[in-house]
Ligand binder design. Structure first.
Ligand SMILES: C[S@@+](CC[C@H](N)C(=O)[O-])C[C@H]1O[C@@H](n2cnc3c(N)ncnc32)[C@H](O)[C@@H]1O
Length: 256
């Protein structure tokens, strides 16, 4: 077996033991970029194993217990899917030390960058699922999460690739299950066709409602929200992203 870019062992060191969900999803994004610098490689070797979320075989994950160590007890759990280089996740974690964060991202270079931010800022409230979030969903507890972030997801613009999009009826069913009543799903994109796709899919789902009451609500980011790398790339090119917030309806009035 060939050496990988971490230098020596196959990338499987990062892979979780996952359920048979792995058979249903094929990953089409990148897992590796440029060769990791020594510090980042060391963080993958030493810090990631301490922070990585493992899916129990055939069972549910006690997400709150990931943070349950006395002073680290968390009031809320927030989930970010596709955190990229982790700048949003790290800034939110720093701003909300009483919240426990789970970030999902299969791109090793992005994970390594986030680990650098965690170490530099001494952040104790982030756990990382270093793989496709869709493999984690069925292990997450029902009604566990107050907020979910999907920021600048890959738009897969070609029609034949639309089935690769993260926003899908199946993903929304999972999010509806794992989000608390009144919890919020935050989506942003500069790809307007994907924005329309998302609005269409989420507003058709019985568990969610779009919270916007005026154009300003989706044309501007929420005040104080950390800017992501892809958001900056888009605005630097003069694009105007859309920011959609959806609320998880109370269970007793939506699906009973
Ligand atoms: C276009 S980048 C945006 C990254 C970051 N959110 C930002 O705004 O800068 C999309 C990221 O989502 C990740 N991603 C795509 N599908 C994912 C999935 N199913 N689970 C976890 N991460 C995913 C990709 O690896 C990539 O890093």
């Amino acid at each position: 077996m060939g050496k990988d870019r971490l230098g020596g062992r196959p990338e499987v060191r990062l892979r979780q033991r996952v359920s048979d969900a792995a058979d249903r999803y094929s990953w089409h994004g990148r897992r590796h970029g440029h060769k990791l610098r020594p510090r980042r490689r060391a963080l993958i070797e030493t810090l990631l194993p301490k922070l990585a979320v493992e899916c129990p075989e055939g069972g549910g994950l006690d997400a709150a217990a990931l943070f349950d160590s006395g002073k680290e007890d968390k009031k809320e759990l927030w989930l970010e899917i596709g955190f990229g280089a982790g700048e949003h996740l790290a800034a939110q974690a720093q701003a909300h030390p009483d919240v426990g964060f789970i970030g999902c991202e299969p791109f090793v270079n992005g994970i390594a960058t986030l680990l650098g931010l965690i170490e530099d800022r001494n952040l104790g409230n982030i756990r990382i699922y270093p793989d496709d979030a869709r493999l984690l969903f069925s292990h997450l507890p029902e009604a566990g999460f107050e907020r979910v972030f999907i920021l600048f997801p890959d738009p897969w613009p070609k029609t034949r690739h639309h089935k690769r999009r993260l926003i899908s009826p199946e993903t929304l069913d999972h999010l509806a299950r794992v989000m608390k009543d009144g919890g919020t799903l935050h989506f942003a994109s500069d790809h307007m066709e994907y924005v329309r796709w998302t609005l269409d899919h989420v507003t058709r789902h019985p568990a969610f409602r779009w919270t916007a009451s005026s154009a300003a609500d989706w044309r501007r980011p929420r005040p104080g929200t950390p800017v992501t790398r892809y958001e900056k790339k888009a605005t630097d090119r003069g694009l105007k992203p859309a920011y959609l917030t959806f609320c998880r309806r109370p269970r007793n009035t939506s699906e009973g």
